[in-house]
Design a protein around this ligand. Structure first.
Ligand code: MLT
Ligand code: MN
Ligand code: ZN
Length: 305
């Protein structure tokens, strides 16, 4: 099983178009040691030929260019993307569906009923796509933790779990999220039994999260914020991590406390542009490195054979 990180940034990407926080400004000026990052997405494959797109980012078009395997060029109109899996209905995880409108067949989309509901009402991307390639929705039962497979990717089994989070601003469930507004997925390589647990939007650790993380060989987990009040602290916005459904790395019971005891390879993903860990020379980054925690970057490849 191969995982390719198409985009390791949170909503807005890094640098964000209108942001002059020390990171965004420093990256543009070349005064900090950091890499630009596009918005949150992965591609995953069993044999490297057919790929599942996991989240469709607004940056998808540019992301496909950094992963040549996704454009195999077998016909005039072609793609290696066989399906799309969406873990929440947020803009950064769904807007790339518009980029896929020229697909020559109906596009298989895997998401939960709550995500499907937001993507057909408050942010009706799936309705719009009906005027282009059209979508075949495959419901994901995260509440029932029902394992599923994509027909073209028989080497990978997917185990969804509900995650504590928030529903998007355009959802009627904004501050009373349903259990399946935000989900995590364990991808299991059926040949080797190796497991990757992916949870880019995690508000808190629950028993199922702990179980999946403990069983995993790799965790790719919410790295949005270093501190819960980081946005306010940087003068960027008033929202806290808790309000956005993102558990910060620091603080009692924060991501560092949770990840440190795990035996898995630990990788933070969905990093917000305000997060000091983006500066590779920062003391915060050194602290992660000392704890054995990596920071995902665009183009990162993980091979779980
Ligand atoms: C989030 O993860 O909280 C959202 O994606 C932020 C956004 O894209 O506006
Ligand atoms: Mn997001
Ligand atoms: Zn910024």
């Amino acid at each position: 099983m191969k995982i390719f990180v198409l985009g390791s940034g949170a909503g807005g990407g890094f640098p964000q178009w209108n942001c002059n926080c020390p990171n965004c400004k420093g990256l543009r000026a070349g005064t900090i040691d950091a890499k630009a990052r596009t918005q949150s997405s992965l591609a995953i494959s069993d044999g490297g030929e057919d790929w599942l797109l996991v989240n469709a980012s607004p940056d998808l078009r540019a992301q496909l260019e950094i992963c040549p395997a996704l454009q195999p060029g077998r016909a005039v109109r072609d793609t290696a993307i066989v399906a799309v899996l969406i873990v929440d209905a947020q803009i950064d995880h769904s807007t790339g569906l518009m980029t896929l409108r020229e697909h020559t067949k109906r596009l298989p989309v895997y998401c939960t009923p709550s995500v499907h509901s937001d993507l057909t009402t408050g942010y009706p991307l799936l309705n719009v796509l009906e005027h282009f390639c059209g979508v075949d929705w495959h419901p994901v039962d995260a509440i029932g933790r029902k394992a599923f497979q994509i027909p073209e990717l028989t080497g990978i089994e997917m185990h969804p779990i509900p995650l504590p989070g928030e529903a998007p601003p355009y959802s009627p469930r904004r501050h009373q999220p349903a259990e399946d507004d935000t989900i995590g997925i364990t991808f299991i390589d059926r040949a080797s039994g190796k497991r990757a647990f992916y949870a880019p939007g995690l508000g808190d650790w629950t028993e199922p999260v702990l179980q999946e993380a403990e069983l995993a060989d790799v965790v790719l987990i919410d790295g949005t914020l270093w501190k819960d009040n980081e946005l306010a602290d940087r003068g960027a916005a008033q929202k806290t991590g808790v309000e956005m459904g993102h558990l910060a790395q620091t603080g009692e019971g924060g991501m560092l406390d949770r990840l440190t005891p795990l035996t898995a390879r630990k990788i933070l993903i969905h990093i917000n542009n305000t997060n000091p860990i983006l500066d590779e020379a920062s003391p915060e980054r050194a602290k992660l490195t000392a704890a054995g925690i990596e920071v995902a970057f665009d183009g990162m490849e993980i091979d779980l054979a």
